[in-house]
Design a binder for this molecule. Structure first.
Ligand SMILES: *[C@@H]1O[C@H](CO)[C@@H](O)[C@H](O)[C@H]1NC(C)=O
Ligand SMILES: [Cu+2]
Length: 220
């Protein structure tokens, strides 16, 4: 009995350590900016893909004070708390008229980046230093967007609900760019509990490939 409860305590401790929030972005290495991040009240995961919390996390409709200027084509880093659970990283954008006041429901989202299972069997998360690197498409329309940065913890995902969705949304203003409006999906709606990338046992049998949830990446 002692041994079993000791293991449970260790498991609980390690899973609470590995809850994460996305706290800042760094655009073209100009420096870390957290002013546009709609920071959730805690690092707890979202587990219900049909909830509005899947859009921009808990309190995602509450605006942040700032807006980050992001040139189309920019290289962006997103800073997560270190030590996330194993799983993929994904990034989406949605065009909005005013990112500093925008609601989160009813938006059209397109995916701009994803990284999952690597050929050596490791997952994209946990990330080196908690930093995820991606690019903004170079040909999208200029203007305000919400940027939706996500990592999915798959350590307890063999049944649904189980997968842990960590999401950070950032208010951005894209400058330059072109005139392309990518095809979009809705949140909630784009993810289903039965998606093979959401209900998945990553320990047995150990997967050799990973099917990302959501639409294909808009290549730009
Ligand atoms: C977005 O950038 C454009 C081009 O620089 C600028 O005219 C506009 O005022 C900016 N909008 C916001 C909300 O920062
Ligand atoms: Cu966790």
């Amino acid at each position: 009995m002692f041994g079993l409860s000791y293991i449970c305590v260790l498991l609980l401790a390690s899973s609470s350590l590995a809850h994460v929030r996305m706290t800042a972005i760094n655009v073209n290495s100009a420096g870390w900016d957290s002013t546009g991040v709609r920071l959730p009240p805690s690092n707890s995961p979202v587990t219900d893909v049909t909830s509005n919390d899947i859009i921009c996390n808990v309190n995602g409709a509450t605006p942040a004070s700032g807006i980050t200027t992001v040139p189309a084509g920019a290289s962006v880093q997103a800073q997560w708390d270190p030590g996330a659970h194993p799983g993929p990283n994904l990034v989406y954008m949605a065009k909005v008229s005013d990112a500093k006041t925008s609601t989160i429901t009813g938006l059209g989202w397109f995916k701009i980046s994803e990284d999952g299972l690597h050929s050596d069997g490791t997952w994209s998360s946990p990330l080196p230093n908690g930093i995820y690197n991606f690019k903004i498409p170079s040909d999208i329309e200029p203007g305000n967007y919400l940027l939706r940065v996500e990592t999915i913890g798959l350590h307890v995902a063999s049944t649904y609900p189980g997968a842990q969705f960590y999401i950070g949304c950032v208010q951005i203003n894209v400058t330059g760019g072109g005139s392309v409006s990518p095809a979009t999906v809705s949140f909630p709606g784009a993810y289903h509990g039965s998606d093979p990338g959401i209900t998945i046992n990553i320990y047995y049998p150990v997967p050799t490939s990973y099917t990302f949830p959501g639409p294909p990446v808009f290549s730009g």
